[in-house]
Design a protein around this ligand. Structure first.
Ligand SMILES: [Zn+2]
Length: 288
C-alpha cells in the first residue's frame, strides 16, 4: 500500500492501549530489515530518518526505496522525518514524499516553539502529513561518537505547558520529556510515570517517547496503556547491528564477503525489532 501518515495508526493504538515503534533507519539494510520484521508479526510501522541518515543516503534516495517497499507490503508504513529543526528541511521532506514530520523546537522559548510549530502544521495539515513536535527537552547522552556532544541538557515537560502547546499548535502527536535520554547504550533510565499521568490527564492526542533504548522493557511494556502511542527506537538497533558485525568478523578471520556480514547483522536486527514490537504490543494489529 502507499505510505500513510501516523494518525490512524496511533488513534487505534490509543484505543487499544499499545504503542507503535518508530524505528530509525539509515540505509537499505535496516529499511528492509525493519519492514520484514513488522511484516513477520503483522504490525504497523513507522520508519524514521534523521539528518544523520541523509549524510549517508540522500533524503530523495531514502524516500524512493521506502515508497517502493511500502507499496509491496500490506502493513501500514509511515515515513517520518525525525527531529527537524528548520522549516526548509520539513518542506523539502513533504515534497519528497514524507507522510509525517517532527518539528523539534524544544530548545526554543515556549512562545517561539508554539509559533514555529503552528507554521509547520498550517503547511502539513492540508497535505495530509502528520506533525509531531516536542515540549520540554529529551536530552542526549554524551558519547565519543555523538554528533551533538554539547547537547545533554534535559528538561522535563511541564503538564500545563504541554496542554497549552498542544491546544495552540494543533499538532497530531506530542513528544514529551519524562526521564529518557537519547543515545543510551544501557537500559538504565527510569521514567517519571506520575508526570506522564499528569500530562495524559490534560491532553488527548497521542504522546511520543524518545530515547527509549535506555528504558527498561518492563516500563516499555506498560506505556501503551499509559498514553504513549509512539516509541522511537534508534540507538538499540544500531548497537545490535554493529555488535553482530563485530562478532561475525571476529569469529571468522577469513570472511571477506560483505553480503554475508550484512546478512548476519540483518538477522540479528530483525530479531531485535520483532522483540521490540512485541514489547510495545503492536503485533497482530494488521489483518492477514
Ligand atoms: Zn528523538
Amino acid at each position: 500500500m502507499s505510505l500513510v501518515n501516523f494518525n490512524k495508526m496511533l488513534a487505534r493504538a490509543r484505543r487499544e492501549n499499545y504503542a507503535v515503534g518508530a524505528f530509525n533507519v539509515y540505509h537499505l539494510q535496516d529499511i528492509t530489515t525493519v519492514l520484514a520484521a513488522a511484516e513477520a508479526v503483522r504490525s504497523p510501522v513507522i520508519l524514521a530518518t534523521t539528518r544523520d541518515a541523509f549524510a549517508h543516503s540522500t533524503m530523495e534516495d531514502l524516500v524512493a526505496v521506502i515508497k517502493r517497499r511500502a507499496r509491496a507490503t500490506e502493513i501500514p508504513v509511515c515515513l517520518h522525518l525525525d527531529h527537524a529543526r528548520d522549516f526548509d528541511t520539513i518542506i523539502r521532506a513533504i515534497f519528497a514524499g514524507y507522510t509525517s514530520v517532527m518539528f523539534d523546537g524544544s530548545s526554543l522559548p515556549l512562545a517561539e516553539n508554539i509559533h514555529k510549530t503552528r507554521e509547520i502544521v498550517k503547511v502539513a495539515e492540508p497535505l495530509n502529513v502528520s506533525v509531531e513536535a516536542e515540549i520540554g527537552r529529551v536530552g542526549r547522552v554524551q558519547t565519543q561518537y555523538s554528533e551533538e556532544k554539547t547537547d545533554d541538557g534535559a528538561v522535563f515537560s511541564d503538564p500545563g505547558e504541554v496542554k497549552k502547546f498542544v491546544e495552540e499548535t494543533g499538532i497530531d502527536a506530542c513528544a514529551i520529556a519524562i526521564g529518557s535520554l537519547h543515545g543510551m547504550q544501557k537500559q538504565e533510565a527510569s521514567l517519571n510515570l506520575n508526570l506522564l499521568e499528569e500530562i495524559r490527564k490534560r491532553v488527548e492526542i497521542p504522546l511520543v517517547l524518545h530515547g527509549s533504548s535506555g528504558v527498561k522493557e518492563t516500563e516499555l511494556k506498560e506505556i501503551g496503556a499509559r498514553g504513549i502511542q509512539k516509541v522511537n527506537i534508534g540507538t538499540r538497533l544500531q548497537r545490535v547491528f554493529t555488535d553482530e558485525m563485530r562478532r561475525i568478523l571476529a569469529e571468522n578471520k577469513n570472511l571477506h564477503d560483505s553480503v554475508k556480514v550484512l546478512e548476519s547483522a540483518r538477522k540479528a536486527l530483525k530479531k531485535e525489532v520483532i522483540h521490540k514490537i512485541e514489547i510495545l504490543g503492536s503485533s497482530n494489529k494488521v489483518r492477514n
